[in-house]
Design a protein around this ligand. Structure first.
Ligand SMILES: [Zn+2]
Length: 68
């Protein structure tokens, strides 16, 4: 049985072969609470990246030396 390291709490845990294949190369979380935490982190990161790229776009739109 494959062993995964939880990306949230770092615990090593055994994953069923089926789930391991479904996860491809990603590490699976060890419990439903870690899974929920992980989902929140991913969502926050995506939102932060979206805000950052929107900010970059806004700044470059107002940049006088834009080479478009
Ligand atoms: Zn965990």
């Amino acid at each position: 049985m494959p062993v995964h390291v939880c990306p949230v709490c770092g615990a090593r845990h055994v994953v069923s072969s089926v789930l391991h294949q479904l996860a491809y190369r990603r590490s699976l979380t060890c419990s439903p609470s870690c899974k929920a935490t992980f989902g929140q982190r991913v969502r926050r990161r995506i939102l932060a990246e979206m805000a950052e790229s929107a900010e970059r776009r806004r700044v470059s739109d107002h940049h006088p030396d834009s080479e478009d």
